[in-house]
Every structure is written in C-alpha cells, then in structure tokens.
Design a protein around this ligand. Structure first.
Ligand code: GTP
Ligand code: MG
Ligand code: ZN
Length: 294
C-alpha cells in the first residue's frame, strides 16, 4: 500500500502522484456501493502491481470538496469570467461566489479578455469590477492577447492548490497556457451559433505552475444551491454579513424586516441594486430548490 494524490481523473481512471511517479488507478468496486467518488485533489491509499495497474483502496478525509467543478482539498478558487464573449454576468458571478463562500474557500475573481472591450462596454465592465473590489474581493484584469494581469495573477498561485472555475469559453485553459507556455492545453473558439462555449476541456487536472498546483476544469452548464440553507445565504454576501449586526433584528434575512441595515445601505447606494436582487432571487430559489441552467 502506498499514499498519493489524485492529479487527474479521466474515463474511469485516476492518475495518482506518489513519490514523483504517476500511477494509473481504478477505484475499488465497493466505492460505487458506498457512494464514494474519488476526486482530483484527494489524498488516497492505493495498491499497484505496475504503473498502469493500480487500485485506490481508500480516500482520505477531505478539507473541502466542490461538486462543480468536482475537486477536493483546494486552498482557493480562481473564478474566471470574460469581459465579453461570453458577456460578463454578475448573476453568474454572484452564484459562484455564494457557492465558494459557503464552503469557506477563498475566491479570487479574474476578468479575462479585457482586450476585447470597446468604448461602450469598457465603462460597464469597469463599473462592475469596482463594485466587487469595494466588497473586498480581489479582482484581476487579464488578457492573453496583451498579457496584461498575468504577472499579477502568478503570485496568487504560489504554494497553493487553486482551482480555475468558470463558464465554458472564458479562457481558463488559455490563461494556464499563457502562464506556462510549455503546457499546450487544448483551447477552442466559442461556438457563436450557440453563444456558449463548446466545453473544450473535458476533464479535471492538476497542473504545476511555479510551486503551486492549479486545476483546469471544464466549463459548467448548471450551478445549483443544493446544499445551501436559507440561513446560510446572508453569510455568503460579505457586505451583508458585515452590516447585519446593525440590523434591528438578530438573524435578519434582509427581506421584509424593518430597520434593516442592508436595505438602508441599498437605499443609500452603498450596495449595488443587482447584488441585492440576486440575493432575493437566490433566496427564492433555495426556498423552491429549483435548478437553473445556463
Ligand atoms: N481576445 C481574447 N481571446 C481569448 C482570451 N483568452 C482566451 N481567449 C479565447 O477564448 C477562447 C476560449 O478559450 P479556452 O481557454 O478554450 O476557454 P476555457 O475556459 O478553457 O473553456 P472550456 O475548456 O470549454 O471550459 C479561445 O479561442 C481563446 O483563444 C483573451 O484574453 N483575449
Ligand atoms: Mg478549457
Ligand atoms: Zn437586515
């Protein structure tokens, strides 16, 4: 028996890094019955006859896990959005932020394809970027065309396990290629007739960038709040969380309660209207447990 870390999952195989070598493993048959799914990032105990014939015997306890993208034990999530193509969506970003905040994982926002902005779209996207910075999030503006922001992004990855997550076609793989040119990860044009990406990346894989590990992941098509409870949602909006002690009622949900500090901040223009609207929308959705597709 040996110990290792799953670096890649593809077609039913797990590629486990142990002592500097990659061993191709399958999961034990009983995993299915026990509903255990090994994830990239998992520390595992495995048994192997050869480098291509291993079995994962045990999945060690996880620090955290994400369902979409499927990965375990990450230190931070790099939420990659594009300024345009596909258009920057605050709704999608807020949805992602809530899911990451709920897991206590540090989110870092990357707005890629900044080179594609024009006179009309630039002020809009810049406005959003300053909104999120004002909340306290780190936002990095990047472009693989001008190479802007790449040097700023690199130090965030040092010594950490990060996951690149975001819609298909925003440039996750392209950014990783730009950060480490020998990688040559497959990238692709977004298909314009669908207006959405083609899901070029089809598996999750941990890649060494400097002395950090970064997971490239496929873009997603649905993001749901499966395991977020109503009481948890206000805590996933940092600017609400910070103000909630000034609300008249303890446990204020900032929906209909009087003397609500969040609503006062909203009226004063200190909280963007769209953030609050998304909050209400998510609250309804959690109450109804509906799935939204993108
Ligand atoms: N103009 C411009 N195009 C970019 C930039 N970054 C990526 N692209 C293009 O966007 C397209 C999609 O990039 P990918 O890296 O494949 O996107 P992805 O997020 O990995 O997509 P999936 O693997 O499907 O999830 C490619 O044609 C890239 O060349 C950028 O900064 N500027
Ligand atoms: Mg990709
Ligand atoms: Zn309140």
């Amino acid at each position: 028996m040996a110990e290792g870390k799953i670096m890649k999952a593809l077609s039913g195989f797990y590629y486990v890094l142990s002592d500097g070598e990659i061993i191709q493993c399958r999961g034990r048959g009983v995993f299915r019955k026990q509903k255990i799914t090994p994830l990239v990032g998992d520390y595992v105990i495995f048994q192997a006859e050869s480098k291509t014939d291993g079995y994962i015997m045990e999945v060690c306890e996880r620090k955290n896990e994400l369902i979409r993208p499927p990965i375990a034990n990450v230190d931070q999530a790099i939420l990659v959005f594009s300024a345009v193509e596909p258009d920057f969506s605050t709704m999608l970003l807020d949805r992602f932020l809530v899911l990451i905040e709920a897991k206590d994982i540090r989110p870092i926002i990357v707005v890629n394809k900044m080179d594609l902005l024009n006179e009309k779209t630039k002020p809009i996207v810049q406005g959003y970027i300053s909104d999120y910075r004002r909340i306290g999030y780190d936002v990095i503006e990047t472009s693989i065309v001008t190479k802007a922001g790449l040097e700023q992004l690199l130090p965030y990855l040092e010594g950490k396990i990060s996951v690149f997550a975001g819609q298909s076609g925003v440039g996750k793989s392209s950014l990783l290629n730009a950060l480490r040119p020998d990688l040559q990860l497959k990238t692709n044009d977004i298909s314009f007739h669908l207006g959405r990406g083609k899901h070029t990346t089809r598996h999750v894989e941990l890649i060494e960038i400097g002395d950090g590990l970064v997971a490239d992941t496929p873009g997603f098509s649905a993001l749901e709040f499966q395991d977020i409870e109503e009481e948890q949602l206000p805590l996933c909006f940092p600017e609400f969380r910070q103000r909630s002690h000034e609300c008249k009622f303890r446990g204020c949900t900032h929906m209909t309660e009087p003397k609500c500090a969040v609503k006062s901040a909203l009226e004063a223009g200190d909280i963007p209207v769209y953030r609050y609207n998304h909050y209400r929308h998510f609250m309804e959705e959690i109450k109804e447990r509906k799935t939204r597709y993108y």
